[in-house]
Design a protein around this ligand. Structure first.
Ligand code: IVH
Length: 664
């Protein structure tokens, strides 16, 4: 078959399957078949670069990192809706419409999705721009990120208008949210309070590859354009679905206020079963001509209103505040409560987040507190019933010293959390570091679960991560509930872990803020542990995804004698302390020993590609110009400060053409 035709057919087929899977939720082929087709298309496109098409299903994740988002004006302002929590006000709204319209009218009831709003522009059926709400007039251009959302078609189908704008909500499904938070908890990264924050945080990520991992979803609830096929909102939504957009299946056209009330009370309960978060119901007059008669107030259309569900809350007694110390030493206050029923579960504990929040609530032991579980999985305390305070218990104040080891707590600038700085001998930190070290994504040592680690720790057999390789079979076998077989298994697994590649060893070390992806980026940029220990601040922040905070944390880690000792021991035991040769494969040594700074924007390759070329040819990427810089690879619009500094220091500047010639 003609390869161009084959590519074309595969693209169409894959788009159809994407639609079936992400919009209709009814896949017609297996994931495996889908992946096979996708791989085939990727291969054919690679072999035939002249067939490049930005709307191909292979092109959802671009490679370039954005420094910031471009601000763009909305074609039509993004308005908000009048809100109410009262059914009475919904009836009043309906009455006003009835009086103004003086004739039959329909109201469309929809779920109010609780995510972050987005506007999607399609020109000639192609997604050209995705803009956040911003201030309603201007928003951020987040097109590259939105392209990673599988339920947003890159191309429309059928008989779509030439130019059309869709408004909708970007959401993080509950299941994705729970998994993400679980992972963040394990990594001791701050948790997202609810799927809304997670969705808006994700869509503002500078790296589309990270956005793609977040598995966002998008529902369309409003369509704007000059030549829409119907004046009825409900019908336009149907068309939108036919063109490939994802719309809600729970839209209902109502003809009386009673029907609306039924819809509200039904969804107040049923919404808990939905895969995404909702916080109310939106009511819209169906016919656009009637919408125009009703018009607008200064802020919002009169033809629509949002009814918001009550966030569920309960009142209960605060018995005690305990403080948990995590793997990185972060101290989290936890409120211990009289058990209380809330949104179908019994709540006994709630997060108090940090010292500032405790202070702001003016908490005392014995207080009656309000607990809420709005969109959040972790219930939180939202207030104190001061009227119910007749016996004043002790004021809750954040401890000055670590509740586990007694060392004075510290608070880093700009951070809300308190930390115990005693990384090497604070028991929960020691145990946490070992748990992290042996975990699946790190060294993957089996048989060492939380309880076994605690037991070994208690018996003085484990103090730090290097001790793991010193464990002896007889010692292990003697432990309660372990036995000889398990002991051998642990030892075997320890042996096998010596083959774990360097990037995972680096992650396993548990350097604060160095997560899985960061570890990988560092390993690819700086190929072995010794160079990393010696690396300068400059060298570190030049690595993709490494900023000031991470660079400082790495330097701090390697400045501590205990940590260096541990690394020496790990090296002796045979762990991988450098990247495998075939992963580094320098193409040449042309840039050996050269320190290079990249600045400006480029047209022939992306910045990341240039960074990679420098590394592959033996050079070093640095973030800022100094006397040690050998040359600057400058694109367009090079920063003025850099330019002046370069001139002052007499640093050579070359353009991309010259650079590429140099590598020839
Ligand atoms: S209609 C003029 N419909 O709620 C029509 N909005 O203030 C404007 N939202 O942040 C919006 N679900 O992002 C509409 N089914 C729905 C909605 C919805 C969620 C959000 C929207 C905006 C807020 C309205």
């Amino acid at each position: 078959m003609d390869v161009i035709l084959q590519i074309q057919q595969l693209r169409e087929e894959l788009e159809k399957h994407n639609y079936n899977y992400y919009v209709l939720s009814t896949p017609t082929i297996t994931d495996r078949e889908f992946d096979e087709k996708m791989h085939l298309l990727e291969r054919l496109e690679k072999e035939n670069p002249e067939c490049y098409d930005p709307t191909s299903p292979t092109q959802r994740v671009g490679s370039d990192l954005t420094k910031e988002f471009r601000q763009v004006a909305h074609r039509y302002p993004m308005l908000s809706l009048a809100n109410t929590y009262s059914e009475g006000e919904v009836r009043d709204w309906y009455e006003r419409i009835r009086k103004t319209i003086e004739g039959p009218f329909e109201v469309v009831c929809e779920l109010k999705f609780d995510g972050t709003s987005i506007s999607l522009y399609y020109e000639k059926g192609v997604l050209t721009r995705a803009v956040t709400r911003g201030d309603g007039v201007m928003g951020d251009d987040v097109t590259a990120n939105v392209r990673t959302i599988k339920s947003v078609p890159l191309k429309l189908w059928g008989n779509y208008p030439d130019s059309v704008e869709f408004r909708g909500e970007i959401l993080m499904p509950w299941a994705v949210f729970d998994a993400l938070n679980l992972e963040r908890e394990r990594q001791e990264e701050p948790l997202f309070a609810n799927p809304r924050n997670a969705a808006s945080g994700s869509i503002k990520q500078l790296n589309p590859a990270v956005v793609a991992e977040r598995k966002l979803d998008a529902y369309i609830y409003y369509v704007l354009g000059e030549s829409l096929p119907s004046t009825l909102h409900s019908e336009v939504l149907h068309y939108a679905r036919e063109w490939g957009m994802k719309t809600s299946e729970h839209v209902k056209v109502c003809h009386s206020v009673e029907e609306i009330m039924e819809y509200i009370s039904y969804w107040d309960k049923q919404r808990k079963l939905l895969p995404v978060a909702t916080d109310g119901i939106v009511l819209k007059v169906n016919d656009e001509r009637q919408q125009r008669i009703l018009g607008m107030t200064a802020k919002s259309p009169r033809w629509a209103i949002a009814y918001k569900f009550q966030a569920e809350s309960a009142c209960t007694r605060l018995n005690e505040v305990t403080y948990q110390v995590g793997r990185t030493g972060a101290v989290t206050p936890v409120a211990n409560l009289d058990p209380v029923q809330l949104s179908g579960t019994i709540v006994k504990r709630a997060s108090l987040h940090n010292a500032d929040i405790i202070e702001a609530l003016d908490l005392h032991i014995g207080d009656m507190v309000f607990v809420e579980k709005g969109g959040e999985i972790i219930p939180k305390i939202t207030g104190v019933d001061k009227e119910a305070r007749f016996l004043l218990g002790d004021k809750v104040s954040f401890p000055q010293k670590c509740p586990e080891c007694g060392v004075a707590l510290v608070r880093y600038e700009g951070e809300a959390a308190h930390y115990c700085p005693n990384e090497t001998s604070c028991p929960p930190q020691q145990k946490g570091k070992i748990e992290h070290f042996v975990s699946r994504k790190a060294m993957r040592i089996e048989g060492l679960g939380t309880e076994t680690i605690a037991l070994l720790f208690q018996n003085g057999l484990l103090r730090n991560i290097a001790d793991v390789y010193d464990l002896k079979v007889p010692d292990l076998a003697r432990l309660e509930g372990l036995g000889l077989k398990s002991a051998y298994k642990i030892k075997e697994s320890c042996e096998a872990s010596k083959e774990v590649p360097f990037e995972r060893v680096l992650f396993a070390l548990g350097i604060r803020f160095v997560g899985e992806t960061t570890a990988k980026k560092i390993a690819y940029a700086i190929h072995d542990i010794d160079s990393l220990i010696q690396a300068s601040y400059e060298q570190l922040i030049a690595i993709d995804e490494v900023g000031e905070r991470i660079a400082r944390s790495i330097m701090l880690h390697f400045s501590q004698a205990e940590n260096l000792e541990i690394i020496e021991r790990l090296r002796k035991y045979g762990l991988q302390m450098k990247m495998e040769e075939d992963k580094i494969t320098p193409q040449s040594t042309i840039l050996q020993g050269k320190s290079i700074v990249i600045s400006g924007t480029f047209s022939l390759h992306s910045r990341d590609e240039y960074k990679e070329m420098i590394e592959k040819n033996g050079g070093k990427n640095l973030a800022s110009v100094s006397a040690k810089t050998d040359f600057i690879l400058a694109g367009e619009n090079m920063g003025r400060a850099k330019l002046e500094k370069a001139r002052k220091l007499g640093v050579h500047i070359i353009n991309e053409q010259e650079f590429l010639e140099m590598l020839q």
